[in-house]
Design a protein around this ligand. Sequence first.
Ligand SMILES: [Zn+2]
Length: 106
Amino acid sequence: MEIPNIKQHLTLRQILQYYNLNPDKNGRLNCPFHEDKTPTQHVYYKIGKVYCFSINCKTRGKSLDVIDFVDAKRRHGQTRGIAKMCGVYRIWSFSTLLLVITPSPF
Ligand SMILES: [Zn+2]
């Protein structure tokens, strides 16, 4: 499965739900990538990306799509790790993808 296919199957809404992240009515979110008392991450469902406005954020001014987001959550040094996994295992369904991206308990 190529990255554009994964993005078609995986919506930002699904990913945020998966991580129990609920944007407020203005589409703002406490950023999951640093201490964030006031919501600095903005969710743009139309383009399927999030962007953090904090200067302390490790995403450093980069807008994240679903693949970037999952990678950042897993603290992968390499980007596109999830996408590569999907390609290797020919994953087509969101539920199967969730099995793959569920963090190991170790
Ligand atoms: Zn942030």
